[in-house]
Design a protein around this ligand. Structure first.
Ligand SMILES: [Fe+2]
Ligand SMILES: [Fe+2]
Length: 280
């Protein structure tokens, strides 16, 4: 890779949770993390060079992002399991056990899961309820399957197995991400200017959902998911599923047949995650 700046190796490793966490990542996950880190660093530098307050000039417009659609080999909403990460071909997936658990899916399909682990770590440190911590841990993992409308897909995937409040938090965090709430400590993220375009207006279903959730008695469930939804990694955070095993044990109804084999309304989604290579 030819870069117009030097990557700070120590800061990069720290951003992933330290050397131990990096050692656990496979080659492709590392390549992908480096790519993300490089993009973020580049954005910061471009912003600084332009010297603007908030540096809005560095973000693309909606039209610019749309113009990129036919320059890509896959669509932006495609789930991570279906697209090569870090360039080249997709890799062979390790088989899941006959009766796979949530932890098996974390280890074999949701990797590297840094983002959700760090969000859940923060939720734990800030004293959130176990329902919110679990929602933070699960809020984005459905992106292995599909990214578009991932709040709704994610809630559907987990609804049969988690507390109602947790599913509510997962479902609506997607819409609340677009709406700041100063009192709760949530600002519109810069990342969204980059991802959606600086002049992006959320579609009607997001606007309507926001209005409904804002007045809902459980508003704080998804709101606290957004508050703990981190893209700036805390170098001191421990990236591991271990601290959450007890919470999973208390609140996740693991089916004895294994996820995908219990005939639940979302069993097919788990089977697709287990075997994304099935042609039909
Ligand atoms: Fe999300
Ligand atoms: Fe997230």
């Amino acid at each position: 890779m030819n870069l117009p700046f030097e990557i700070d190796r120590r800061a990069f490793i720290a951003s992933l949770g330290g050397a131990t966490a990096v050692a656990l990542m496979d080659h492709e996950a590392r390549a992908e993390a480096l790519e993300e880190y490089t993009e973020a660093t580049l954005d910061t530098l471009v912003g600084q060079n332009q010297g603007g307050q908030g540096g809005q000039e560095r973000f693309p417009t909606v039209a610019e992002l749309e113009a990129q659609i036919d320059t890509r080999p896959s669509r932006r909403g495609a789930g991570n399991l279906f697209v090569s990460r870090g360039g080249g071909n997709v890799k062979r997936l390790e088989r899941l056990p006959a009766k796979p658990t949530l932890v098996d899916f974390f280890k074999l399909r949701f990797q590297p899961a840094n983002h959700v682990l760090q969000s859940a770590t923060r939720a734990m440190k800030t004293g959130m309820t176990e329902e919110v911590i679990l929602a933070c841990l699960l809020h984005d993992v459905v992106q292995a399957l599909v990214k578009t409308d991932h709040g709704w897909w994610g809630a559907q995937l987990f609804e049969p197995y988690v507390p109602e409040k947790t599913a509510f938090g997962i479902k609506y965090h997607q819409a609340l991400r677009f709406y700041p709430d100063e009192a709760a400590g949530y600002e519109y993220p810069d990342l969204y200017h980059r991802t959606f375009g600086v002049d992006y207006v959320p579609p009607p279903h997001i606007q309507e959902t926001y209005k409904m959730v804002r007045k809902h008695k459980w508003y704080m469930e998804p709101r606290l998911v957004t508050v703990n939804d981190l893209y700036a990694f805390d170098p001191n955070a421990v990236v591991s599923l271990d601290p959450f095993i007890d919470i999973i044990g208390r609140h996740f109804k693991q089916p004895k047949e294994g996820l995908g084999h219990d005939n639940s309304p979302s069993a097919h989604m788990w089977r697709t995650l287990a075997n994304p290579d099935a042609p039909l």
